[in-house]
Write a protein that binds this ligand. Sequence first.
Ligand code: HEM
Length: 358
Amino acid sequence: MCMVTLQRMLPAFSSCCEDLVSRWRTSLGSKGSCELDVWPELKNLTGDVISRTAFSSSHLEGRKIFQLQEEQAERLITNIRGLLIPGYLSLPTKNNRRMHQINKEIESILKNLVGKRIQAMKQGESTKDDLLSLLLESNMRQTDEHGRSSLGMTIEDVIEECKLFYFAGMETTSVLLTWTMILLSMHPEWQDRAREEIMGLFGRNKPEYEGLSRLKTVTMILYEVLRLYPPATLFSRKTYKEMEIGGITYPAGVMVELPVMFIHHDQHIWGSDVHEFKPDRFADGVSKASNDSGAFLPFGWGPRICIGQNFALLEAKMAMCMIIQSFEFELAPSYSHAPYTVITLQPMHGAQINLRAI
Ligand code: HEM
């Protein structure tokens, strides 16, 4: 996603963050402090951001889709964790019937939404600065340039892409923000350093694009969080023909897993302080942070690298700036540290944090 496009999405980022901060302010009560499990809150935030940036004016419909998809993911995990017998997913169990129904509901909302947008575009209505318009515009351009509609995506493809935005973009960014709040609670000296930088650049004003791209300490902190707690702990590839990797010959059809978590925690690459939270290691950029410039892989690598990485980092910077401008935070006594993987790396018992207004 190019920087100009991202810049145009900034108002959507900041208005979602404003909603979050004012909701948290309301929970503070008369003492000016409160305990909050920030994880579901931050999931709400990133879901809201994707809804608004993907579907702008129709973001309430977008939010409905994402809520349905969240229910779908939970039901799928329940199924996977349960006893798996061949054909189990096709049995008309209560869970499977609901999953089928959810699928139908999502597709029908999306079909309607995409159809309306295509109609509006054909009638020359001004396009919106959202992901759906970007997708449809580039699809139409491709169709025109080549004069063949077969190169463009079908409505079904567009619908699948819209669904992917949620899976790829919402959960990942929410866990990045959650681990960042947890680690800045564990390391208050870094919370202070981040606040100093943020207040120096923006004071109490709304962060703008120029300032966000000058944040150094906050960027180092986000990188260190992504190193220690990568939202995607591994990714997979399949050999499509016989090939040699690292001196071993693999036949076609072998699944190869890249263990991002292990690479990010390898002391031969990062040094003996590998398990410590030390954002300073990124002071001279990613390539100087370790002895292997390709070892930092939170967004994947190669042709399938995350297309949303700039989007995610800008969103995370905006959110952290607005949170840190308004609150000091520390871990609540009820917090218990238990990272575990359910597709993404999550805090098993939530992220209970004490917030205090500043
Ligand atoms: C901290 C946040 C994020 C992390 C850690 C992350 C991580 C990743 C990783 C590791 C991959 C590559 C998977 C592979 O190679 O098999 C990926 C792919 C992808 N990501 Fe992200 N992502 C994040 C945010 C986002 C956002 C916000 C969006 C959309 C707005 C997004 C959209 C995508 C898409 C569409 C792909 C598939 C690209 C392809 O297959 O060509 N991601 N992401």
